[in-house]
Design a protein around this ligand. Structure first.
Ligand code: C2E
Ligand code: MG
Ligand code: MG
Length: 715
């Protein structure tokens, strides 16, 4: 654009100058011709008479016919006249005479300078000369004529006789054509480079000015780019300016503030003000990206509280949230500002702890966190205890991507929880741990499928009165025959079902199946005493549990007294005692039997035993095993049996395998015995034949003699 403008202006200037030069030259030429013709007239006493056009230029010079030859003769007179004309003129004057012989106009007199002192050679206008045709036709000529290899701008007026014949010509000129056009030529040769120089200057100066002027806009555009890329610019420049740039900067500042607020909302956990799940995964991905480049390593610490649900159950969610907030404050104090702490779900905190190379290792922090969080939280509502567990994965060696890293820390956490009873409440991720958890996950998948396709079945193990061999009950035990892996024992799949919550569905299935089976046996007149089912703590804690039991009994028309629910002492671990009491009394109202399973194996608190509405106590197998050959064990066994009886409970000894162990149950007057000595658990349709073959009294009250292993032992 600039270039075009400069070109256009230069072109117009050149054309204007060229036009003015030409106009000036032709005006001067016309005047010179007019003056020359006039002087010729006066110098010849009106014998040569010029005729002029409107512009003042002579058209021709008339000469009386008789005097033409005489007038146009070379001589001093003519030379003097020509010289006079020459003095009034800037250029040269030339007087020609027509020569019919040669057909040319030949020079008679001239003022043409000859600097070398040599007179100009005979100078004539012949055919081929630009003025020849005009002059021959008696017409004036105005234009460039060749002289000594160059051109002069000349006006030639024909001298014509009265008879109309051309007799000669008067030529005046205003100088060399190239001299006249000197300025024009100079302009022509200089205009292009000048224009170019101007253009370059304009571009350079304009560029510098533009660069300088646009600098703020460029910086603001960069800030806008950063904003668009989701980065948070540190500071918006030019907000102190009072012009449009300042307005723009203020606008960007407002956008940044807004983005900042949205960012905080999107990445903050409202309960604790720690990062949220999105923040955590973003930080984790970034940490792994840096770790991959080799410049960074960190520990990923996954922490949660065992049985936090109990806090919410007991004190309400508001209090639970306040505990979480305080837990976060403690964590922030322990881990310091370099750690990134996030709460990713209910009571799960994830901490990214950069390895600072100063030897502060994750293990130290984990121990500290467990110690600090184990200190009870003092709330208005009372003192609240929580029990933290921690899983640790090391980055980058344990995982390359965020999802895997999170899973690995989660696996370590699960392992820590499992071994929590043994005192260790943190665990590092390791490949064997991974294998174990993978296998658990596989079992979980298979278990879900097995539940769907009803591959899980119930077997029933008899409980017999040792004194008279009478059948007093059957314990329903889950069996999972797997086509490829063989029989998968409950000890393997029940804990997984409990961890994954599948136990609820599983428990429902067991309740239904056992009640249905018991109702069928009853209808068939089979007196089995009672059917016992095992109830997991998770299932037991469900608020709808008692109602489900009542409904199921109703559905199958089974009187409640035929059903016994076995719970272990684990129900007290994660559940408030009052809640356990409430559920037990609801069940008691329904009329079902309640049994405390595996008594003595774990968390046994004798203090609650007399307050809880159990009818039955099942002594853990550990107490009878080998008690017949170890007097001290026998004493312990006896003490427990006595304890149960003194509380008015029916005492069942679990897991008697030998005749000696069986004999102990008789000696110490156990109410029941459940063990391989009598029978293992068998399918429902085999139970009667199994009992008969083992000699258990089905109708009579005595153990049948003969074929049974147990009867042999007793005999
Ligand atoms: P439990 O309720 O204490 O069941 C008794 C376990 O001892 C059964 O193991 C039984 O087969 C075994 N047993 C009986 N007599 C003897 C003996 O003389 N010697 C030995 N060594 N063992 C004997 P099982 O069937 O493997 O079940 C193990 C545990 O799995 C059960 O312990 C129970 O806690 C759980 N379980 C089984 N079925 C279910 C169920 O349907 N629901 C729930 N929640 N848990 C179940
Ligand atoms: Mg049991
Ligand atoms: Mg048991």
């Amino acid at each position: 654009m600039v270039f075009c403008s400069i070109g256009l202006i230069s072109g117009l200037a050149y054309l204007e100058l060229s036009r003015t030069t030409q106009e000036n030259a032709s005006t001067r030429l016309d005047r010179a011709a007019h003056t020359a013709a006039s002087i010729l007239r006066y110098g010849t006493n009106d014998r040569l008479l010029p005729e002029f056009a409107g512009s003042g230029a002579p058209i021709l010079i008339r000469v009386p016919g008789a005097t033409a030859g005489e007038l146009l003769e070379p001589g001093e007179k003519l030379d003097a006249l020509v010289e006079t004309i020459g003095k009034t003129n800037q250029g040269a004057v030339n007087l020609f005479k027509w020569s019919p012989r040669t057909g040319t106009f030949d020079s008679l007199a001239t003022t043409f300078p000859y600097p070398g002192g040599v007179p100009p050679s005979a100078y004539s206008i012949g055919e081929g000369h630009p003025a020849f045709a005009s002059l021959s036709a008696g017409q004036p000529f105005s234009g460039n004529v060749p002289v000594q290899g160059r051109f002069r701008l000349a006006y030639l007026t024909p001298i014509v006789t009265e008879g109309g014949k051309v007799a000669g010509a008067l030529a005046v000129d205003v100088g060399w054509v190239d001299d006249l056009a000197l300025a024009e030529n100079r302009l022509k040769t200089r205009i292009a480079p000048a224009a170019l120089i101007i253009l370059i200057a304009v571009i350079l100066i304009g560029g510098v000015v533009l660069r300088f002027e646009l600098r703020p806009l460029r910086r603001l555009a960069k800030v806008a780019d950063e904003l668009a890329a989701g980065l948070q610019p540190k500071r918006i420049p030019f907000t102190d300016r009072r012009d449009e740039i300042g307005d723009l900067a203020h606008g960007l500042e407002r956008v940044t503030d807004l983005q900042d607020k949205l960012h905080k909302l999107a990445y903050t956990d409202p309960v604790t003000t720690a990062g949220n799940r999105a923040r955590y995964f973003s930080d984790l991905s970034e940490a792994l990206r840096r770790a991959k480049s080799g410049s960074f390593s960190a520990s990923l610490i996954h922490l949660d509280f065992n049985g936090f649900a109990k806090v919410n159950d007991t004190f309400g969610q508001q209090v639970g949230n306040r505990v979480l907030l305080q837990a976060y404050v403690r964590l922030a104090n322990i881990f310091g500002p370099s750690a990134q702490i996030a709460r990713i779900s209910a009571d799960d905190f994830c901490i990214l702890l950069p390895f600072d190379g100063k030897g502060a290792i994750a293990e130290d922090y984990a121990v500290q966190a467990i110690d600090m969080l184990s200190v009870p939280f003092q709330m208005e509502e009372g003192e609240i205890h929580v029990e933290p567990s921690i899983g640790i994965a090391l980055l980058p060696q344990d995982a390359e991507d965020a999802e895997t890293a999170h899973r690995m820390a989660g696996l370590a956490l699960r392992a820590a929880k499992r071994s929590a009873g043994a005192g260790a409440r943190y665990e590092f991720f390791s490949p064997p741990l991974n294998d174990r958890v993978q296998s658990e996950m596989l079992t979980e998948t298979l278990l879900r499928a097995a539940l769907q396709t009803r591959q899980l079945v119930l077997h029933y193990q008899p409980q017999v009165c040792p004194a008279d061999g009478r059948l007093i009950g059957l314990e329903a035990l889950l069996r999972w025959p797997h086509e490829k892996r063989g029989d998968i024992p409950p000890a393997e799949f029940i804990p997984i079902a409990e961890k994954t919550g599948l136990i609820l569905e599983l428990g429902g299935y067991v309740l239904e199946t056992a009640c249905k089976q018991a109702a069928q046996w009853r209808q068939a007149g089979f007196e089995f005493g009672q059917v016992s089912i095992n109830v997991s703590p998770l299932q037991f804690r469900q608020s709808s549990f008692a109602e489900t039991v009542r409904q199921t009994l109703k559905t199958y028309g089974l009187p409640a007294s035929y059903l016994c629910l076995e719970v272990t002492e684990n129900v007290f671990v994660d559940t408030r005692e009052q809640l356990v009491m409430d559920i037990l009394s609801q069940l008691q109202k329904i009329g079902v039997q309640l049994s405390l399973d595996d008594f003595g194996s774990g968390y046994s608190s004798l203090s609650y035993l007399h307050r809880l509405p159990f009818q039955e106590l099942k002594i853990d197998r550990a107490f009878i095993s080998g008690a017949d050959s170890h007097p001290q064990r026998e004493q312990l066994f006896e003490a427990i049996v006595r304890l149960g009886r003194s509380l008015g409970l029916r005492v069942i000894a679990e897991g008697a395998e030998t005749a000696g162990e069986f004999a102990l149950t008789v000696t110490h007057k156990c109410d029941g015995i459940q063990g391989y000595i009598c029978s293992p658990a068998v399918p429902a349709d085999r139970i009667q034949s199994q009992l008969q073959s083992f000699g258990v009294a089905l109708k009579s009250n005595t153990l049948a003699g003969g074929s049974s292993h147990s009867s042999k032992q007793r005999a």
